[in-house]
Design a binder for this molecule. Structure first.
Ligand code: TRP
Ligand code: ZN
Length: 863
């Protein structure tokens, strides 16, 4: 059944559609009986065969128009009905299946999470519940009747509106739900359990009242407020910025502990990883608060971009994901800080999506070939997909972009659309030609721009020459020129902008752009706001970079040149390392940073962002071949040098910030970030131990507590052990909070960190079946602990392989995400490559290798 590739070019309309489904679910963790009664219609009169998707359940019976039906063939991925000689223009099918949610560790389909039961159907989980045309272009109306034990499962939820309910004599009860909006089955959801409920309401701009309900595990009501407030902010913002209003009378969100991803936008009934719902000052950091708000918003925004307008096929995934990520990014930018949000997103994209695009998994935002769809919920489809939408926004401007959105919604509402439909609406609404721009959907890889310039004093003319090149990727040998918006500005020697920000449209292989009336040779600010997801090469001198760091009006530009300064120091010292020479840190950069800290009060958020030393994994992306030891050594040196050289300014800034009350406001968050940045460096100085201990002791919120704990473990100050033990004792009963502790343990600099990680898998708070635990301990070790994971003794690779062999059985979707660092072997030296390939070969021998792992291993080993 597995491992068969599907191609985008092979898309065909369905031969049959389903107009209505009635699901009767007799729920029990050990034995659930699902009776699905569906109304089918044949839309291709030529067909005499109906192929239905389905697996991983016990098939009990099938009726055709209420009569037992036996003319079918069952295999391990579905059912084929032979309809020859039967009137099959319109008919009903009644299918009975039997499931065991308690035994379903894959967390797809119907499964048990803690004491409750829930579903996850995207992308292809519905077929683990019953036989169905499991494809996003089959839209049906759902009615769902759930029956279960009333005491264990007082709440029985599904999509849409509650239309009836009742009690049975045997202690069970039932609820019936009806969703008036036709939807693909991946948006179906069902939840049963006992919860605390936070209730609220929202009045839409047209005056309709919407009931809002947030379901959390009992005892967690004191962590539910922020998520509810976030939902209301998202609903309001979508009305104001996009003119989009909610359409049902009820919106429900359920938080569950066992979840493969972040959250899921099921119509009217979102299901969330509890990590993206639960927050109070004691348990969540500032970062958690912002992340929760953005995921709540993301899922809400899907109601239009995803649900009302869905995808024709899964190759079009970026149609809903790229657009919805763009929308949630804009939401956060509007509510908090535009520059701060952009900086965080670009930092993330460069470190992670660029790496993916340089890996064996490289694919366009609209993939051409898929074996396991779950493998394509990627940073490329989501984050680069959002960049592609953002570039259209840059080219069109807000007004024309919104015009395009309106046309898109008007044309596609209620339908399953394609990426081309979206671009076409943008083009027609704006009158801007996007024909070359479309290649962003079909071309993979990170384009590289090389910029050179010249200045003609006599003519007072400055010219920029920009060349583009997209290096070949594993999936695509031929590359074309893209339409790339390059936002630039020019600064004179006094630091004044002599050319305000303008967007240059690069469409050719190489193009020259002239600026007239320029009195002296300027310093160019290039790719302002990261106007395109590309790498940019320009031979900046240190002086020029410092000039922009000082004078650029655009905060993003200032952050970006600081990144270049860090990169320059790193590169230089990696060379020194390889030549056995001493490390160096230019004094002019240090003194510039010193000044920044001295004046942090002008821009505390930006200062903290600028001075955050990139992680080793971020630094690694600067190199074609990564040397984990050199990078780690140089980064340690940079950390230590910055700490010592900036110490007086850091101490002064640290002591100047006093926040008594904890508030989640932009101002407080920025000040905490600045104070914790100082602490993080100061931990490496003589005052480190005392300062960190005091910070931990006086912390009245998780942001400060975790900052102290992180600083302590990373700098290895003597109090580290005591603080770790204190935190553990306090939080061991709370898995979500312990995830922070596990992640810190996994990135400890001690030589025995791997043994420690292995030991921690027996910790009472650890649970191998909970993806959050696996990711925070094992995932963080493999992805963030560059030095230890890539230790030349090969133990890191062997450890991960052992884990993957187990996960292949229990949860292949999580396994396939965890394997990523291992398939990227070509970025390392020969010795490490050999070890990594050996690990992959061993994995490849495993019996019953999942399609998820198979697809990635096959790509990596190049077969
Ligand atoms: N569509 C969801 C989102 O972007 C993510 C998602 C896709 C998902 N597949 C999933 C979530 C599987 C959980 C499990 O918000
Ligand atoms: Zn999404």
């Amino acid at each position: 059944m597995q491992n068969k590739a599907k191609f985008r070019k092979d898309y065909k309309k369905p031969n049959f559609i389903v107009s209505d489904i009635f699901l009767d679910v007799q729920l029990d963790p050990q034995k659930t009986v699902v009776t699905a009664t569906s109304q089918y219609e044949r839309v291709n009169p030529e067909t005499t065969e109906l192929r239905l998707d389905g697996h991983s359940f016990q098939f009990s019976s099938l009726k055709f128009n209420n009569q037992p039906f036996h003319s079918y063939q069952q295999d391990d991925s579905g059912l084929t009905l032979d309809l020859k000689g039967i009137d099959a223009t319109k008919f009903s099918l009644e299918i009975v299946t039997i499931l065991t949610p308690a035994a379903n560790t894959s967390l797809q389909g119907l499964y048990q999470s803690g004491e409750g039961i829930c579903t996850q159907c995207e992308a292809e989980g519905f077929r683990q519940i019953t036989y169905m045309l499991d494809r996003p272009d089959v839209l049906a109306r759902y009615t769902t009747k759930i029956t279960a034990d009333k005491q264990k499962y007082p709440y029985l939820l599904s999509n849409g509106n509650k239309v009836a309910s009742g009690d049975l004599e045997d202690g069970r009860h039932w609820v019936e739900w009806q969703d008036p909006f036709p939807k693909p089955c991946y948006l179906f959801a069902l939840v049963a359990g006992d919860f605390d409920v936070l209730q609220d309401s929202f009045t839409t701009k047209s005056g309709r009242n919407v009931a809002l309900e947030l379901f959390v595990d009992r005892g967690n009501l004191d962590r539910a407020d922020w998520a509810m407030q976030s939902l209301k902010r998202a609903m309001k913002w979508d009305e104001e910025r996009f003119g989009l209003e909610y359409d049902l009378d009820i919106y429900m969100i359920v938080a569950v502990d066992f979840f493969n991803m972040g959250a899921m936008e099921n119509k009217g009934l979102n299901i969330f990883n509890s990590k993206f719902v639960l927050a109070n000052p004691q348990t969540a950091t500032d970062e958690d608060y912002i992340a929760i708000e953005s995921v709540i918003a993301h899922e809400y925004f899907h109601n239009w971009t995803g649900n009302r307008i869905t995808c024709r096929d899964w190759f079009q995934l970026s149609l809903k994901e790229g657009l919805t990520v763009f929308r949630d990014q804009e939401f956060t930018a509007d509510l908090w800080s535009r520059a701060g949000k952009r900086i965080e997103d670009v930092r993330f994209l460069r470190a992670n999506q660029f790496a993916e695009d340089a890996s064996p998994m490289s694919h366009p935002i609209r993939p051409e070939k898929v074996i396991e769809m779950n493998n394509f919920y990627t940073l490329t489809v989501y984050e680069k997909g959002a960049e592609v939408i953002r570039m259209m926004h840059t080219l069109l401007g807000e007004e024309l972009f919104q015009k395009g959105m309106q046309l898109y919604v008007a044309e596609q509402d209620g339908k399953a659309a394609t990426c081309d439909d979206f671009v076409s609406a943008m083009q027609r609404a704006s009158g801007i030609d996007l024909s070359q721009f479309r290649y962003w959907y079909s071309q993979s890889g990170t384009p590289e721009l090389t910029v050179t310039d010249s200045y003609d004093e006599e003519q007072r003319r400055y010219t920029l020459t920009i060349a583009q090149l997209t290096p070949v990727t594993t999936d695509q040998m031929e590359k074309v020129n893209l339409h790339i918006p390059v936002k630039v500005a020019l600064y004179d020697q006094q630091g004044h902008a002599v050319a305000a920000e303008t967007v240059l449209s690069l469409t050719q292989n190489e193009q020259t752009f002239a600026f007239d009336d320029i009195a002296t040779k300027p310093v160019p600010a290039l790719l302002c706001d990261f106007s395109a997801p590309v790498k940019l090469q320009y031979a900046y001198s240190t002086k020029q970079m410092i000039h922009l760091l000082r004078y650029a009006e655009n905060h993003f530009v200032r952050w970006d040149v600081a990144q270049m300064l860090f990169a320059q120091v790193l590169r230089h010292n990696v060379t020194q390392y390889h030549q056995g020479k001493e490390f160096e840190f230019p004094a002019e950069i240090l003194s510039e940073f010193y000044q920044l800290i001295e004046h942090y009060q002008q821009e505390s958020e930006l200062t903290a962002l600028i001075l955050t030393l990139p992680k080793a994994t971020e630094f690694a992306e600067l190199f074609k071949t990564i040397d984990p030891d050199a990078i780690s050594a140089v980064r340690d040196f940079m950390q230590q040098t910055l700490a010592e050289q900036l110490k007086p300014a850091l101490l002064k800034a640290y002591n100047s910030i006093n926040l008594n009350q904890y508030e989640v406001t932009a101002e407080h968050i920025a000040l905490r970030a600045m104070r914790n940045l100082c602490l993080n460096y100061l931990a490496y100085t003589s005052v480190g131990n005392t300062l960190v201990q005091k910070h931990y002791e006086y912390a009245n919120n998780m942001t400060d507590t975790l900052a102290a704990l992180a600083a302590a473990t990373k700098s290895q100050v003597p109090c580290a052990e005591v603080l770790l033990a204190d935190f553990e004792a306090k939080w061991q009963h709370d898995g979500l909070v312990m995830d922070k502790w596990f992640a810190l343990q996994a990135t400890r600099p001690e030589a025995d960190v791997l043994e420690n990680v292995q030991k921690l898998m027996d910790h009472p708070s650890f649970n191998f079946n909970n993806p959050n635990r696996v990711r925070s301990l094992i995932g963080v070790f493999a992805n963030q602990n560059l030095k230890a994971f890539h230790n030349l003794d090969g133990r890191g690779y062997r450890f991960l392989t052992d884990i993957l062999i187990r996960l292949n059985e229990s949860n292949p979707q999580v396994a396939a995400r965890l394997i990523e660092p291992l398939i990227r072997f070509s970025r390392y030296d020969g010795q490490r490559q050999t070890l990594m390939k050996r690990a992959l070969e061993r994995l490849n021998q495993v019996e019953n290798l999942s399609a998820d792992l198979f697809e990635k291993i096959e790509k990596a080993l190049g077969r």
